[in-house]
Design a protein around this ligand. Structure first.
Ligand SMILES: *[C@@H]1O[C@H](CO)[C@@H](O)[C@H](O)[C@H]1NC(C)=O
Ligand SMILES: *[C@@H]1O[C@H](CO)[C@@H](O)[C@H](O)[C@H]1NC(C)=O
Ligand SMILES: *[C@@H]1O[C@H](CO)[C@@H](O)[C@H](O)[C@H]1NC(C)=O
Ligand SMILES: *[C@@H]1O[C@H](CO)[C@@H](O)[C@H](O)[C@H]1NC(C)=O
Ligand SMILES: *[C@@H]1O[C@H](CO)[C@@H](O)[C@H](O)[C@H]1NC(C)=O
Ligand SMILES: *[C@@H]1O[C@H](CO)[C@@H](O)[C@H](O)[C@H]1NC(C)=O
Ligand SMILES: *[C@@H]1O[C@H](CO)[C@@H](O)[C@H](O)[C@H]1NC(C)=O
Ligand SMILES: *[C@@H]1O[C@H](CO)[C@@H](O)[C@H](O)[C@H]1NC(C)=O
Ligand SMILES: *[C@@H]1O[C@H](CO)[C@@H](O)[C@H](O)[C@H]1NC(C)=O
Ligand SMILES: *[C@@H]1O[C@H](CO)[C@@H](O)[C@H](O)[C@H]1NC(C)=O
Ligand SMILES: *[C@@H]1O[C@H](CO)[C@@H](O)[C@H](O)[C@H]1NC(C)=O
Ligand SMILES: *[C@@H]1O[C@H](CO)[C@@H](O)[C@H](O)[C@H]1NC(C)=O
Length: 846
């Protein structure tokens, strides 16, 4: 039946093609083959007798005005009138059509026109509408009744013609061929290769393929601080962000461009930095922002195929703001409404048959009746975005703040390092929530939704009536969902079992969209010249130099002992790959091929920091300004991992070997996220201890591990940088061997200048500033982790906006009085005796 149908439609389309070619060749217009430009005083009417009016089997029709066919069979750009659906209204648009070898537009059964730009989305026109390139050089779209639907407003700007370029850009040019107006400067919901998104420009989706109205709620926009996809609330709720941390960004007007293989960032100081990687194009591609917030890439592969879904991260579809509408809770892609509490149900589905449309309040919130409001608690529920509106507070303060503020609709509380305190986000509008998937999220979060109990002081009876029959529905639907999920799992398990385990895993890896570039092992052998040039050995494996085909250098890290790590590897690689910051080493790609696991990083030409501060070789000595900048760079990188990433990431192995320097001595933190890569599969090894002796915070042996362990290690690194020596230096006498003990002694003697790096005259000259830097180190090294500053405070202090706290304790390795203290004492002795002692097999020094 199915194949019969497709045969029919194939024959039908063949007839269509044949007829259209035939009819076109009968009234053969001179411009049938390629007509990419038009002169002034030309008019085109939108009616059935118009040139090249072609209907398609998907319900769309195009009446092309300009066509740029490159003389080859396949996709080509055209502009003209376009409609889809009932075709009562039309767009003036640029679209991609298929042409035959004669340069004629054809209508195959697959390969319908794809609109990539349009002029009048909010103002579609009827049959009889007219596009005119006036003698004054204005391009005007008039509806059938003569009203102006759209205009380029270029009258009197010396326009001499209209050109549809190779890239699909519609250009009005003057007599010197200079561009007066172009469609690329007014992007709609799509980008084509070669198109840019400049500061102030944004993509806004249409409601659907047949309703082109723009509601403007979701946007993907470029600003001088970066690229972001967000809900246009006030303030915006961001669901994807690439921030440019560059003080010069605002006077550099950066932009992103859709190039082959990526959405790349360009600015005066940055050229072609891949913000999001896109599958290499083997044919024509375009990307489109959908009304669901997804940015999808489509490619012509004998039919239009979705080849990537760029903004989807490791949390999957649930991480999109409207996946379950307003107030809907997403769990494995299924939507439900917040459950009732204490016998009251506060939400109902907007449409029982379409849970993804979200939930509405049974009683709308009313600021005037705030005495009847309460906060409905949803444990283990998080939100697609999080901004710390309030920090270091407890959940009840977070709730109270929301209760007191009329415009606050919910309080999202994210637990921090201890069981009582955390950060609080107070959104003014609530979109989709999600249940925390414990395998992906390592913090706890509770959502409190503001709900209204009664209206006008009278109990709302309809709510009570609904309650009795609602509960079974909820139970029923969740049981149904559970059944479907279990059924799917069984099917998948059976399916996978039939196949070779390795092969199945690799198929899975292939299908994940939005990934960093995946390499095959053989490619990497070529790229690294058979792992010929070793750059170093890190805690997780060896690092080799490689050169990509386009001659960019990369560092290839071959992970040891990761053969058995499967899906978690992918999830973590995706997390790492989605983290972008100027002070973090960028992951370019990865390889998961049979038992090989490799990560491909950007190449940092000056290698790791230890090469430059320990005076091992005769390399030049860094001056004070360079060292100060390096310290600030590390702080910013760590701050991003701790506070600005969507998922808090603890590095757990900060040391000079993991800080890398580019050609201009900009420092970037490397190897972040790797610790988590292991967590999952080898937890028994790492729950005890991890890191490198000397850089380990004292609480490793007693208390909860928080981001403050990184702050401690960072403190050690500051000291090493300014003193120009290692934390343990066995060539010195016993008293001076441990830098921390020496630091403590010199601080007590008020002779800190003694330990400033004495290889560098510049450091000695800036002695006072260096000593001040040591105070920051001391603050970071506080034995009581709660007394250490957060990295955001460290950044502020380094930038001179904030001050170092007084009353620092220089007894850095002091332990809270637990019975483990002695153990630590012993270990410390052991550490100082031999730095080769590695508490975690997985993360020794490089
Ligand atoms: C289509 O437009 C042309 C040009 O304005 C006009 O001559 C013709 O009558 C129109 N045809 C119909 C069916 O309206
Ligand atoms: C078809 O195109 C030719 C050349 O541009 C033009 O002269 C003619 O008027 C067009 N016909 C219609 C019906 O628009
Ligand atoms: C042309 O001017 C009108 C009126 O000022 C404005 O609404 C419209 O957006 C302008 N068109 C373009 C393409 O900028
Ligand atoms: C039209 O655009 C093409 C590039 O696609 C360019 O080669 C050509 O010179 C342009 N024509 C005019 C008249 O500007
Ligand atoms: C403009 O472009 C056209 C087509 O590419 C070319 O023939 C013409 O010489 C150009 N004119 C100038 C002034 O560059
Ligand atoms: C298109 O969508 C808008 C916004 O959702 C809606 O108001 C309008 O009625 C829709 N138009 C049609 C023709 O369905
Ligand atoms: C910022 O601009 C100044 C002056 O043009 C330049 O010296 C500095 O290197 C730039 N900084 C960055 C991070 O590009
Ligand atoms: C960046 O480049 C633009 C255009 O080339 C220029 O106008 C601007 O001054 C440059 N900015 C800096 C900071 O160099
Ligand atoms: C994109 O790059 C790949 C790899 O370099 C190349 O094979 C392909 O032809 C390019 N695609 C286009 C459309 O240029
Ligand atoms: C709202 O109703 C819930 C459940 O009936 C009750 O626990 C709560 O105290 C009520 N809150 C207010 C402010 O009336
Ligand atoms: C939790 O942390 C907060 C702030 O960081 C602190 O004020 C509070 O005392 C801590 N509570 C416990 C039980 O450690
Ligand atoms: C999250 O909460 C659960 C209990 O609700 C607790 O067992 C667990 O330790 C908490 N995890 C974190 C990281 O705070």
């Amino acid at each position: 039946m199915l194949s019969l149908c497709s045969l029919c439609s194939y024959l039908l389309s063949f007839c269509f093609v044949f007829i259209s070619q035939f009819s076109n060749s009968v009234d053969a217009q001179a411009q049938d083959y390629d007509y990419p430009t038009a002169a002034l005083s030309t008019q085109w009417t939108n009616n059935a007798t118009a040139n090249h009016s072609i209907p398609y089997t998907d319900g769309s029709t195009v009446r092309s005005i300009l066509l740029r066919a490159k003389g080859a069979i396949g996709p080509a750009y055209a502009c003209g009138f376009y409609c889809n659906g009932n075709c009562n209204t039309y767009l003036f648009a640029v679209f991609i059509v298929q042409v035959n070898s004669g340069g004629l537009i054809v209508q195959p059964a697959i390969g319908f026109p794809q609109v990539v730009w349009s002029a009048n989305r909010n103002n579609p026109v009827k049959i009889g509408a007219m596009l005119e390139l006036t003698s004054e050089g204005d391009l005007v779209l008039k509806d059938a009744d003569g009203t102006v639907a759209w205009s380029t407003n270029t009258s009197g700007k010396s326009v001499v013609g209209l050109n549809l370029t190779d890239l699909g850009n519609l250009v009005l040019f003057d007599k010197n061929n200079l561009t007066v107006w172009q469609s690329f400067s007014q992007p709609t919901d799509s980008l084509v290769p070669g198109q840019m998104l400049k500061v102030g420009q944004r993509l806004i989706p249409s409601v659907s393929g047949t309703n082109w109205t723009v509601d403007g709620m979701i946007t993907l926009s470029m600003s001088s601080s970066g690229l972001s996809a967000q809900m246009e609330t006030s303030p915006p709720q961001i669901y994807y962000e690439y921030s440019i941390d560059n003080p010069n960004a605002s006077n550099e007007s950066p932009y992103v461009e859709f190039v082959n293989g990526s959405l790349a960032l360009f600015s005066n100081s940055t050229t072609n930095l891949s913000v999001i990687s896109v599958p290499q194009a083997s044919s024509v591609q375009y990307m489109k922002l959908g009304s669901d917030g997804h940015l999808r890439v489509f490619e012509w592969l004998s039919g239009w195929k979705e080849v990537a879904d760029l903004l989807t991260g490791y949390l999957g579809d649930c991480d999109y703001p409207t996946v379950c509408g307003q107030y809907g809770i997403c769990s494995n892609g299924q939507c439900s409404c917040p459950a009732s509490s204490g016998g009251t149900s506060y939400y109902k589905q907007v449409d029982d048959r379409q849970p993804s449309l979200g939930c509405s309040e049974n009683v709308p919130l009313s600021c005037g009746a705030s005495q009847y409001q309460s906060l409905l608690e949803l444990e283990n529920v998080m939100y697609f975005t999080f901004t710390s509106d309030l920090k270091d507070i407890d959940a009840s303060t977070c709730k109270e703040t929301c209760a007191k503020n009329c415009s606050c609709k919910a309080a999202i509380f994210q637990y921090g390092s201890n069981a009582t305190s955390g950060s609080c986000y107070l959104p003014s509008e609530v979109f989709s929530l999600m249940n925390i998937d414990k395998s992906k999220i390592f913090y706890n979060s509770t959502a409190y939704l503001k709900v209204q109990n009664v209206t006008n002081g009278a109990p709302n009876t309809s709510v009570d009536n609904q309650r009795s029959n609602r509960l079974p529905v909820i139970l029923g639907s969740s049981a149904g969902a559970l059944f479907v999920v279990m059924f799917l799992i069984v099917v998948i398990v059976l399916f996978v079992r039939k196949r070779d385990a390795n092969e199945a895993e690799e198929d899975y890896l292939d299908q994940v969209p939005g990934m960093s570039t995946r390499f095959m092992y053989d490619d990497l052998k070529t790229i690294t010249n058979d792992f010929n040039k070793k750059l170093g050995k890190g805690g997780f494996g060896s690092v080799f130099e490689g050169t990509l085909i386009d001659s960019t250098k990369v560092a290839v890290k071959r992970l040891d002992g990761f053969g058995q790590v499967k899906k978690s590897f992918l999830a973590e690689v995706e997390t790492i790959g989605s983290i972008h910051h100027v002070n973090l080493v960028r992951l370019v790609g990865f390889c998961a091929d049979k038992s090989h696991r490799l990560l491909i990083y950007e190449y940092m030409s000056n290698g790791s920091l230890d090469r430059w501060i320990f005076h091992k070789s005769n390399e030049s000595v860094l001056d004070w300004q360079q060292r100060k900048k390096i310290i600030l760079d590390i702080a910013k990188g760590l701050n991003y991992l701790h506070e600005d990433c969507r998922q808090k990431i603890l590095h757990l192995d900060i040391k000079p070997q993991n800080i890398l320097l580019d050609g201009n001595f900009n420092a970037k933190v490397g190897d972040f996220g790797l610790s988590k890569l292991i967590d999952r599969d080898q937890s028994q090894v790492v729950t005890t201890m991890r890191g490198t002796p000397g850089y380990l915070a004292p609480e490793w042996l007693s208390a909860a591990i928080t981001e403050k362990v990184d702050v401690y290690s960072f403190g050690v690194v500051i000291l090493e940088i300014v003193c120009g020596r290692k934390i343990f230096d066995h060539s010195l006498n016993e008293d001076d061997m441990n830098l921390l003990s020496l630091f403590k002694r010199k601080a007590e003697e008020e002779r800190l200048l003694d330990i400033v790096d004495n290889y560098s005259e510049d450091m000695q000259l800036n002695g006072l500033q260096v000593v001040n830097m040591m105070r920051i180190a001391a603050w970071c090294l506080q034995a009581d982790y709660t007394k250490r500053p957060s990295m955001s405070i460290v950044v502020k202090v380094l930038e001179g906006v904030s001050e170092v706290q007084d009353g620092l304790d220089y007894n850095f390795s002091a332990q809270p009085s637990t019975n483990k203290a002695t153990e630590f004492g012993q270990m410390e002795v052991e550490f100082s005796a031999t730095t080769a002692l590695i508490p975690s097999v997985l993360s020794g020094p490089r």
